[in-house]
Ligand binder design. Structure first.
Ligand code: ARG
Length: 450
């Protein structure tokens, strides 16, 4: 493509070192869509006649069909997807193919292709997130009244319900979707027409090209348009954040399915056995989800570090943006799909959850609240209950069986009514709190808004 200036062939080692076709071939549908829109603008500008435009469009469509059918040979010597397609087009249709690159560069071409790729994949990821949310909401509905301990510092804190716990993740995923859509709206503008870095002396209708490609507008600075990769970094962050949420869910499930907790049974189809220990049933999907999240975060770091020292505009380093991008997209789609399937099939062990929540210590805060309702300032109430807790531990008598009146006259007999999980959850009616009614209402709200 640049033979005019060079007298030597590219070294085979440099060819191998610099190629990106082994991974950027995946941009082909976007590259072809971009080229057709660009050719149409050339035609409207009088740079191509009808016959030339038609043969370019037909040639590109045929190449696309051949790639989809697996009948296209990608050449490493042609470096990347842009040159592979253009060179094959010219081989097939002759001189008109050589006009396609008028008023564009691979720099605005690759910027356009990756934006289109990100847009398509954001839609796919959002819909996979939605599927997982729906699965979580259905499980939350099923276990809306299943009481379990809620933890802070991984120490039993206060009673919640399994439904409430699962809906926490639906909230996180909703924010992930909002971030995806925010990122989509920022990246959905067309850089095509920015050329190598300074536009072109040949004017094409950039807005018409953008509209044909479904962009919401055009970029307004050719140098930024060529240099920018923050939209990719943003997507990689958004994917990482979603991965981190799923990694935390994995960690909950890994704990829940230990013999020590025993809160959940994952299905045989979503667990693995041990090659050595016959009794084992391992939560590999959760562990791999947790592990793959490291890769997602690594991919984000990869791109940020690659960008940080680059002068604007294009530098070849930017070619390294695609492996982390493709890897994160593939990884999160797989993680979301397998988790949706696994969570849909999981069965909670309701008695185990209830038993773990039945320690009266989990209602110590409720006892302090009861003292507050009778006029004791919270700080004093906290101390009084602390003394009761200490006595319970020291004498090995459950908190609800102590003679509280002996500890302090502020305690009354009715206050013992707080030692009921039913009472405790019924009382938690504030917006966002885990009463059965609230959780059921939240399940309904999610069902209708998803
Ligand atoms: N394969 C290149 C990339 O992914 C395309 C742009 C090449 N531009 C250039 N001036 N060499 O970044």
């Amino acid at each position: 493509m640049w033979k005019g200036r060079f007298t030597q062939d590219t070294s085979t080692l440099v060819e191998k070192f610099g190629e990106s076709i082994s991974y950027d071939w995946r941009l082909f549908p976007h590259d072809i869509a971009g080229s057709i829109a660009h050719a149409r603008a050339q035609f409207k500008a009088g740079l191509l006649n009808q016959e030339e435009f038609d043969s370019i469009e037909k040639g590109l469509r045929e190449i696309e069909a051949d790639i989809i059918a697996g009948n296209f040979e990608f050449r490493t010597s042609l470096e990347d997807i842009h040159m592979n397609i253009e060179s094959e087009l010219t081989r097939r249709i002759g001189a008109a193919g050589g006009k396609l690159h008028t008023a564009r560069s691979r720099n605005d071409q690759v910027a356009t292709d990756t934006r289109l790729y990100c847009r398509t994949q954001i839609d796919a990821i959002s819909s996979a997130v939605l599927t997982l949310q729906k699965v979580l909401v259905e499980q939350a509905g099923r276990y809306a009244e299943t009481v379990m301990p809620g933890y802070t510092h991984l120490q039993r804190g206060q009673p919640v319900t399994v439904g409430h716990h699962l809906l926490a993740y639906v909230e996180m995923l909703q924010r992930d979707k909002a971030r995806l859509s925010d990122c989509r709206s920022r990246l959905n503008i067309s850089p095509l027409g920015s050329g190598a870095l300074a536009g072109s002396t040949i004017n094409l209708d950039r807005e018409a090209i953008a509209a044909e490609l479904g962009f919401d507008g055009v970029t307004h600075n050719s140098m930024d348009a060529i240099a920018a990769r923050d939209h990719i970094a943003e997507l990689l962050f958004t994917i990482s954040m979603c991965g981190v949420h799923l990694s935390r869910l994995s960690e909950d499930l890994i704990l829940w399915c230990t013999s020590e907790f025993g809160f959940v049974q994952l299905s045989d189809a979503h667990t693995t056995g041990s090659s050595l220990m016959p009794q084992k049933k391992n939560p590999d999907v959760c562990e791999i989800t947790r592990g793959k999240t490291g890769r997602l975060v690594g991919n984000l770091m990869n791109l940020l570090v690659a960008m940080k020292g680059l002068p604007i505009t294009y530098n070849r380093d930017l070619q390294e943006d695609k492996p982390p991008l493709f890897d994160s997209v593939d990884t999160i789609l797989l993680v979301l799909a397998v988790n949706a399937e696994m969570i849909a099939a999981m069965e909670m062990c309701e008695e185990k959850c209830l038993a773990a929540a039945s320690d009266p210590m989990l209602l110590a805060t409720d006892l302090a609240d009861a003292l507050v309702k009778s006029g004791v300032p919270f700080r004093s109430a906290h101390e009084l209950v602390g003394r009761a807790v200490a006595e319970s531990i020291q004498r090995n008598v459950p908190l609800d069986q102590l003679d509280l009146g002996k500890i302090d006259p502020a305690y009354t007999d009715e206050m013992k009514s707080v030692f009921s999980l039913e009472v405790a959850l019924k009382a938690r009616t504030n917006i966002g709190a885990p009463s059965f009614e609230n959780v059921k209402r939240e399940v309904e709200r999610w069902r209708s808004c998803l």
